[in-house]
Design a protein around this ligand. Structure first.
Ligand code: NAD
Ligand code: WQD
Length: 345
């Protein structure tokens, strides 16, 4: 049995489908602070499989204990956390509290129940901004905002935990820029409020929820002047998690892996690919650079390729097609489709 924390969110819901389709039993916990019950229902509908969902917060240690007591959990995929860079700048204490204490509670309960296999969602944001590229796992670290620092601190905590008890098996996965959706169009990214990230903004412009996209700067030192990132299809990303889980079964220790494609695309290239995929024109306006942004960031995914035997397969057009299928089938995301299912509290 695999426990998925944050399984009602964007990446966790895709991981749940992938795990169920590969024969794993799962249990999901999510506080629904940024996730949706409808996603839980759709995971069941897509896979035809049943599992238990707990409306539970990682801050509530009794609820955690209850889940571990009721299920024979072998490993945890830990997605639950707050992820907005902007929000983390305005409410740093909230971010440190939720992300760090939540992870501490989870690890304490795992130790208590002798569960020592953990796959943790980290981020490329832990790397120090630099002109050296591609970014490999040994590149200098240094996050530039509270959200990124919570990821970095959790990584350090996990290293200390492993040092204290070498029976732990931990995979730290540093995601680059996950986009796209399940090929069915039934689950996808559903940001609350105005999207911070590029792809959900584009899809909301395409569906008519927002008038135009703002392109943050065209004076970067890149071929077309706009920022370059390593966009990775969410399905490829979650396949990397299954590979990490298989890897942990055979290796004790703590290992860090970049999950990216190794290719960078600019903002204008992404807009162009999206237009090709959707046949919808995306009006945009170039504005000033966004604070804290860097020109170029893409991964070296070589370590994951060699050690996890994993590589991203889907190209930019497929990422755009799947993102558009999700948004056009669900113009308002999950809202309006709120699920009514039994919640175990
Ligand atoms: P998301 O917000 O869609 O999903 C996170 C889920 O965790 C949500 O459903 C939320 O309700 C839940 N959650 C948050 N705090 C919780 C708590 N204390 N207890 C229980 N549940 C809680 O985000 P996502 O995009 O799916 O990201 C998943 C993980 O991957 C996060 O840890 C995020 O920081 C990390 N990550 C995301 C990206 C990205 O671009 N999406 C990139 C790098 C890393
Ligand atoms: C991509 C490019 C923007 C929005 C963020 C987090 C990072 C990680 C992934 C969690 C950049 C440009 C964006 C818009 C734009 N998340 N852009 N107009 O900044 O690489 O990373 O998400 O761990 O922590 O910081 O991704 O999608 O926000 O931006 O022009 O409305 O699109 O300037 O060049 P980013 P993004």
């Amino acid at each position: 049995m695999i426990l998925i924390t944050g399984g009602a969110g964007y990446i966790g819901s895709h991981a749940a489908v992938e795990l169920l389709e590969n024969g794993y039993d799962i249990v999901i916990l999510d506080s629904l602070v940024n996730g949706s019950l409808e996603a839980i229902l759709r995971i069941k509908e897509l896979t035809g499989k049943e599992f238990e969902f707990y409306h539970a917060d990682l801050m509530d240690i009794e609820q955690l204990e209850n889940i571990f007591r009721r299920h024979d959990i072998k490993a945890v995929m830990h997605f639950a956390g707050l992820k907005s860079v902007n929000e983390s700048v305005s409410t740093p204490l909230h971010y440190y509290e939720k992300n760090i204490s939540g992870t501490l509670n989870l690890c304490k309960i795992m130790s208590q129940f002798n569960v020592r296999e953990l796959v943790f969602s980290s981020s490329a944001t832990v790397y120090q901004p630099s002109d050296n590229r591609p970014v490999d796992e040994d590149s200098p670290l240094g996050a530039t905002n509270p959200y990124g620092r919570t990821k970095l601190m959790i990584e350090e905590i996990l290293h200390d935990l492993y040092k204290s008890d070498p029976f732990w098996k931990i995979a730290i996965l540093r995601y680059f820029n996950p986009i796209g959706a399940h090929i069915s169009g039934r689950i996808g990214e559903d940001p609350t409020g105005s999207p911070n990230n590029l792809m959900p903004y584009i899809t909301q412009v395409a569906i008519g929820r927002r008038p135009l996209l703002q392109v943050f700067g065209e004076d970067y030192d890149t071929p077309d002047g706009t920022g370059i990132r390593d966009y990775i299809h969410v399905t490829d990303l979650v396949k990397g998690h299954l590979k990490a889980l298989e890897y942990l079964a055979g290796h004790s220790g703590i290992e860090t892996f970049n999950l990216g494609t190794g290719k960078g695309y600019s903002v204008l290239e992404l807009i162009k690919a999206f237009t090709l995929a959707s046949a919808v024109n995306i009006p945009y306006q170039v504005v000033d650079r966004r604070d804290g942004d860097i020109a170029v960031c893409y991964a070296s995914p070589e370590k994951a390729k060699k050690r996890l035997l994993w590589k991203a397969e889907k190209n930019l057009l497929e990422m755009c097609e799947d993102a558009w299928r999700w948004q056009s089938m669900n113009p308002h995301g999950y809202s309006g489709n709120e699920a009514e299912i039994e919640i175990i509290a």
